[in-house]
Design a protein around this ligand. Sequence first.
Ligand SMILES: [Zn+2]
Length: 468
Amino acid sequence: MRREIRRYVENDVTGPDEALDAGDAEAIRARCREEFERGISELLEAAPPAAVAPRRRRMGQELYAGPLGLAFGFLHIHERTGEREAIERAADYLDVALEAMERSSVPRPEEWLSFHASGGLPAVAAVVRDRLGDSAASKQHLEDFRRVAECAAKTDFPTEDLLWGRGGFSIGAAFLRARLGEASVRDELVAAALARTIETGRRHAREHAPDLTPGAHGCPPLLYINFDRFMMECFARSAMGSRSRPARGLAAVAARVVMWIGERTEHLSHRYDIGLVHGLPGALYLMLQFPELLAGHAATNEVRASLDCLADCIDAERGMLELLPSRHSEPEKCTDKIHWCNGTTGAVFLFARAYELFREPAYLDAARRAAEQVWRYGLLRKGNGLCHGIAGNAYAFLSLYRASSEKRQLDRALHFARFTWTDRITREQRASDRPWSLYEGRMGTLCFYLDCLDPARARFPAFEVDAP
Ligand SMILES: [Zn+2]
């Protein structure tokens, strides 16, 4: 199939070469260890805590690309290796992020719901302080996160988006509960936030389902229109005019979202994004993080029905359709985006998780179909990072490997690790603007190398947050 914009480098491994023998796999793992050790030394030299004070103060609090992300990376390393030095490094970068928050004139954490924005700061701080034995400080940070939780349960937030919306709160809650116990973020708080997310999904489905062309399983009973430009602009404008600090904080988020979509889309009113970060797959994934809260909930059937509809959108040849088919747009439109954040990669994570929980063979098939696309088109020119890079795509194979125990998926992850240092690939890649960051830079890739050494415990950082 001809692709107009080549976002990827051709995968030249085909047929029987895909299966790695024990010697090849061991050689790749040995190189992963070397790359990891060298990369950490270079990171500490090129981007020590004193050097990563953010240019913009708010960025200090961002897990995605700020010092907080480096703190998370070192926490991830500590969880794999148990090394004391790693958690001390995490604390060093955390201090930079906390200092940025102190100096910041932007709203307090409870006004920022997302784990990847400021909501992650008290969550990561609570765990890092706990691991260092400072339980008083840990409790204080936990208190801050609970205020985020109360906000998530009440606020009429403009998006359920996983990076910038209420969805991010759910990641933070799952992260904390897996590490500090379920009492750290009480069931009622999580359930109230999930109920809000479900209600948004029902409302958007009611409003927009008449526009959709039903698939084999009909139209999804939950839908997330996180990027309705008109809605966001209205929200940003009204909040900008507000005198209250929370509203201005939300406006900053909204303005950022509007900027992002403005570059990418033209006819939003009739487009239904089904990417992981901004659309239905992300919302479903988050609900599946809390199976015990979902069990018996009235929305369980809607979650299952929505999963069935999404599975229909994964085409074996063309990957995941970018949009749910609409009466107003070309139903055949498909994407060549194979990113964790947007496109087919997210479907691998979602359906691997769904299969783990429900043991429904159709979900495993859907994950395999999506993984096939990641294998063919996932060697991204955008680099080796997590959000839209080779390491992020490779984590999808590791996720499916854990769910299915298929050696093939593990071999694919190791091939992708090797591709990150193969000249033919790296020559074609462009450098990241934020070269050491967790989500776009080398910190994420270093976490991936480490996870290749122990794939059963591999977890995509700050997304697959159950305890390793
Ligand atoms: Zn991305």
